[in-house]
Design a protein around this ligand. Structure first.
Ligand SMILES: Cc1cc2nc3c(=O)[nH]c(=O)nc-3n(C[C@H](O)[C@H](O)[C@H](O)COP(=O)(O)OP(=O)(O)OC[C@H]3O[C@@H](n4cnc5c(N)ncnc54)[C@H](O)[C@@H]3O)c2cc1C
Length: 392
């Protein structure tokens, strides 16, 4: 695993763009044919590995889709579809944020769970994926599916703990894609449909590297109470154009320069929050990636940028006072740990007479309203969305 280092990951805008450009020639028929192959760490050449950049919005979904369409037209349909899964999950969770809250593990991990997290189950592929995840901060999509399925149906561990383990280690760890993918494997997202890790399928898509024995032969979908009702998509309150503002940059969107801020910007700050992903320690690689992505966003800002850490919310008040503003503006923060922190900070900001305003991307406004039910409802609307986004 020594051949995968932080330098391989797109933690700046330039690296993300270079990686996208290098992958685009492969994003057509070749991707559709080979994307399921997991050839192990250092050999994930059939997929883009852009997820950490997309998650931090060093590149955007729109940008990836535009580049793929430009190079391959309809041959890029599979790649485009996969990118839309991300937007779908974000929009779905936005309308059911309680699902994220309920996914937080409540009990401490027991010994069997700790063994699984240390890669000591005796199931060779599973233990290898633990090592890969911890060493590199990434797993191929197929490995994530097999891993989650073995965790839930063979090891019979709590899916919430597994999802939390992923969030602590994945560079692309995302409240929506991660929580909803774990729920999908468990049979809680598409209700009644779960995912069983099949040894032949694992052997085929790892090119014979693994052929595990002793996996659960059935995967009866988990059940829970009725899902929380869908709420209307939150509408961000409009920015106050006359009022000078402090620009807050979080890992939810490291390209604030894409937004047309209607108010004068008096200063900027980055706010690190990857430690909020879990009550347990988050991997140093995850924190380093966030730090690099935020530092890169700061370098692109014209003017000095303060470095803040999401601890005591008073840091926001003090920073706003230092730069003399009563408005803080930020690219939209979707459902997840940073949103939770900002919600908790709201009374402190209120008391100090500071308003926090968020600006959502046109892409999210176009796609998220379609994420009300299953993915296929959204998929039917992809041609219409692409047209509205000027991509068709
Ligand atoms: C249990 C489980 C947990 C997951 N947790 C996360 C997570 O925390 N963060 C995350 O970004 N993805 C998550 N995924 C989705 C998917 O595995 C990764 O996005 C993908 O493996 C990233 O690799 P890539 O960039 O090489 O993908 P590519 O195949 O090159 O796809 C291009 C982009 O499309 C998006 N994408 C592709 N597949 C999916 C998918 N199934 N769901 C959502 N978006 C997708 C990603 O942004 C990805 O970068 C999870 C999947 C499973 C099964």
């Amino acid at each position: 695993m020594d051949n995968v280092t932080m330098a391989d990951w797109p933690d700046t805008r330039q690296r993300a763009r270079d990686m996208l450009d290098a992958f685009i020639p492969h994003a057509g028929a070749e991707y559709a044919r080979n994307r399921g192959l997991d050839l192990g760490p250092g050999s994930h050449r059939h997929v883009s590995r852009l997820s950490p950049a997309l998650r931090h919005r060093l590149v955007t979904e729109r940008e990836c889709i535009a580049a793929a369409l430009d190079a391959h037209g309809q041959q890029a349909a599979k790649f485009i579809d996969e990118v839309f899964w991300r937007s779908y999950f974000k929009g779905w969770l936005e309308q059911r944020p309680q699902v994220w809250t309920d996914a937080r593990p409540t009990a401490l991990p027991d010994d069997r769970t700790l063994d699984a997290m240390r890669g000591r189950t005796g199931i060779d592929c599973f233990d290898a994926w633990v090592r890969e995840l911890v060493a590199t901060g990434y797993l191929h999509n197929h490995a994530r599916m097999w891993f989650a399925s073995i965790w839930i149906f063979t090891l019979r561990l709590d899916w919430r703990r597994g999802a939390d383990f992923f969030l602590r280690h994945l560079l692309d760890g995302d409240a929506a894609s991660n929580t909803l993918s774990w729920r999908w494997v468990a049979g809680l997202h598409s209700q009644g449909k779960s995912y069983r890790a099949d040894p032949d399928n694992i052997a085929r898509f790892t090119d014979g590297h693994f052929r595990p024995t002793g996996l659960a032969s059935e995967a009866p979908p988990l059940s829970e109470g009725p899902p929380p009702p869908r709420i209307p998509l939150p509408r961000p309150a409009p920015l106050l154009p006359e009022m000078p503002a402090g620009l807050l940059i979080t890992a939810e969107d490291c390209r604030p320069e894409d937004h047309a801020w209607p108010c004068p910007i008096s200063g900027a700050a980055t706010l690190a929050g990857s430690h909020l992903r879990s009550c347990e320690p988050v991997a140093p690689m995850v924190r380093a990636f966030e730090e690099a992505a935020l530092a890169d966003a700061a370098r692109r800002h014209d003017g000095p940028v303060r470095t803040l850490h999401a601890g005591d919310p008073q840091v926001l008040v003090d920073w706003a006072a230092d730069i003399g503003v009563r408005q803080i503006v930020t690219p939209y923060v979707p459902a997840g740990p940073m949103r939770d922190w900002l919600d908790d900070a709201a009374p402190t900001l209120d008391r100090a007479g500071i308003v926090l305003r968020q600006m959502r991307r046109d892409w999210d406004d176009l796609v998220w309203p379609h994420a009300t039910a299953g993915y296929f409802k959204l998929k039917k609307n992809i041609p219409r969305i692409l047209q509205a986004a000027d991509l068709a």
